[in-house]
Write a protein that binds this ligand. Structure first.
Ligand code: ZN
Ligand code: ZN
Length: 599
């Protein structure tokens, strides 16, 4: 730890300053005493005065301290650092304060007798990391670190602040480069690189990187990972649905007597939810003595994505009754909980209650959930009206959910509007085109299918390949559509033939409407059988313990035919199959799915 000790800490005037001063009057009186006693000539009392005023609730605190600062006879780097730190800690809600901090920094550079030190930079990097607009300033500052600090001054704090700055800007390559330059990273640095990768929650490559780094941490050094390290690891496992590694992490935390605090428990809830073990998630949630909004949110969201809307509602009531005010995240979870189980009125009520009951201003995500709720229920015109009248510009997520709704409810007019807007916002996302093309295909409007295909060609779009991932015995297996690269490919395709025979025996007829639209008719049924999740299921039937559920993560939505056939497969092979698709979870068991065919 960095500490400062000096003869002034117990000075009676400073004691009064810290404990008694609350109003402008009292501050001015004490300020006068600090001047008359000559305390003002020393850096420490001066910094105390400045930081106490800045942390107070005085409305004029900033201008008052700047006046004191500008009159200070001896401006040291320490004094500058204190002022910058206080401004950024207590007034960092507007970028004007970041500007102020930077202008103070440039003043340091202009004074010949002082220079910035290793305490100056971490403050500024933290400010730059909190706003993407400051990325370039942060980079320039990085050059200053190399220019103005001696190599010995670039300590673990400076390094950690650099890593966390670049990670907040999404520059993971730079983070890793910086980390690899450090010969003996301490626990703080390990934690900052592990947490760095967690900023990008959707990128499974980065999550994989966390797993690798964590094993380096254990192998290479004598450093023992702490709760922060485990939160990063468990979050990565949650993102990958890596059940074996996740459960190892959980048991390690328990065995080493690390704290199962809110952060660890929240990451564990996400882990078990994402791996399809809702009951485990519930258990860690229930056993946490001091809950907070974050773990409530994680559990409510868990129930929602698994289609247990009523359980989400119950938990919400419990949360409110225990005195926790719901936040933005809770409301997203609640509206989507209602959406997934078709509780349209309840969902609308939650949306309205945000403003009326909880003083929350609906954000674009909440409008997105509302549109999704109405769209799924077939109230397309109402959904359209919400989009037209909402106070902010609708984003791609919103138009996509409307487009998806028109797929289920066959409204071409609205579908076309939605696609036009989507292409404006996301000209390169293939899924948008595929959705509309599926709507046309379902209605046998082949002209439309052709038009979408031409549009894709003109915009240079290729269809995003579907991939499914599953973990067996701690190893990951990934399958693409019609993939033949797996070492046991031959057995897998034999199994698929067997599955298809049995599906036919049970009267299953492939629904070809949702299939790749650029295939000829006779190819369609084949292509369906080789969708990535089918390969993954076939492989799991061959390679995994017959008594264990099959867990698959898919990057796209599940198609109608895969959904139908997976229901039957779960019955024929007596296996529970859990598929996490881009939107939600499907738990297939005894011939039916937890989504009740509503997704
Ligand atoms: Zn499919
Ligand atoms: Zn389902």
């Amino acid at each position: 730890m960095r500490t400062t000790s000096n003869p002034f800490t117990k000075h009676p005037i400073l004691q009064i300053l810290i404990t008694k001063c609350k109003t402008l009057d009292t501050f001015q009186q004490t300020h006068a005493q600090i001047i008359t006693t000559g305390l003002i000539l020393h850096t420490y009392p001066l910094t105390q005065l400045i930081s106490t005023i800045l942390s107070s609730t005085l409305t004029t605190s900033l201008s008052y301290t700047l006046t004191i600062f500008n009159q200070a006879p001896n401006r040291t780097t320490f004094l500058f650092n204190t002022l910058i730190s206080s401004i950024l800690t207590h007034h960092n809600h507007h970028s004007q304060h970041t500007h102020l901090a930077f202008s103070l920094y440039t003043q340091i550079l202009k004074i010949k007798t002082i220079k910035p030190n290793s305490y100056t930079y971490p403050l500024l990097f933290k400010a730059c990391g909190s706003n993407p607009a400051w990325l370039d300033s942060g980079r320039a500052l990085h050059a200053h670190v190399l220019k103005f600090l001696e190599p010995g001054e670039i300590d673990q704090f400076v390094q950690a602040s650099l890593i966390s700055f670049y990670s907040k800007c999404g520059k993971f390559g730079v983070c890793r480069y910086l980390f690899d330059q450090i010969s003996q990273p301490d626990l703080g640095l390990w934690n900052s690189i592990l947490s760095a990768y967690n900023y990008s929650v959707d990128d499974s490559d980065l999550s994989m990187e966390v797993l690798c780094l964590f094993s380096d941490l254990q192998k290479g050094s004598k450093i023992k990972p702490n709760e922060v390290s485990f939160v990063a690891l468990i979050n990565a496992c949650a993102n990958l649905s890596a059940f074996s590694q996740g459960i190892w992490a959980h048991s390690y935390v328990v065995k080493r007597n690390l704290k199962l605090n809110q952060f660890v428990v929240t990451s564990l809830i996400d882990l078990y939810v994402n791996c399809g073990f809702l009951e485990f998630a519930r258990q860690v949630f229930d056993e946490l003595p001091k809950k907070d909004v974050f773990c409530y949110n994680a559990m409510i969201r868990g129930f929602a994505t698994h289609g247990y809307g009523l359980e989400s509602l119950d938990l919400f009531k419990k949360m409110v009754s225990e005195g926790f005010g719901p936040d933005d995240v809770t409301m997203v979870a609640m509206i989507s909980a209602c959406s997934h189980v078709g509780l349209v009125d309840e969902g609308c009520e939650f949306f309205n209650s945000m403003r009326e009951k909880y003083g929350l201003k609906p954000k674009v995500d909440h409008y997105g959930c509302l549109v999704d709720l109405l769209g799924r229920a077939g109230r397309l015109h109402k959904a359209m009206e919400i989009i037209r009248t909402m106070p902010m510009k609708p984003n791609a997520v919103l138009w996509r959910s409307l487009l998806g709704a028109t797929r289920n409810h066959g409204n071409l007019e609205i579908g076309e509007i939605a696609l036009d807007r989507l292409i404006e916002l996301e000209p390169e996302t293939s899924g948008n085109y595929v959705l509309l093309s599926n709507i046309y295909a379902r209605m046998n409007k082949w002209e439309g299918v052709k038009r979408v295909r031409t549009l894709m060609k003109d915009n240079g779009i290729n269809k995003m390949p579907g991939t499914s991932v599953l973990e067996i015995g701690g190893a990951f297996h990934q399958f693409l559509t019609a993939d033949k690269t797996h070492p046991r490919s031959q057995e897998i395709y034999q199994k698929i033939d067997e599955m298809n025979r049995k599906l036919h025996e049970y009267g299953h007829n492939a629904r070809t409407m949702d299939v790749l639209f650029d295939l000829e008719d006779e190819d369609r049924e084949d292509a369906l059988s080789y969708h990535s999740e089918r390969l993954a299921i076939a492989f799991a039937l061959i390679a995994s313990d017959p008594n264990s559920p099959i867990r698959i993560i898919k990057n796209l939505r599940v198609c109608v035919d895969c959904h139908d056939s997976t229901k039957l497969v779960s019955m024929i092979y007596k296996r529970e199959i859990i598929v996490k698709d881009r939107i939600r979870f499907h738990r297939f068991q005894d011939g039916s799915c937890s989504c009740l065919d509503y997704w």
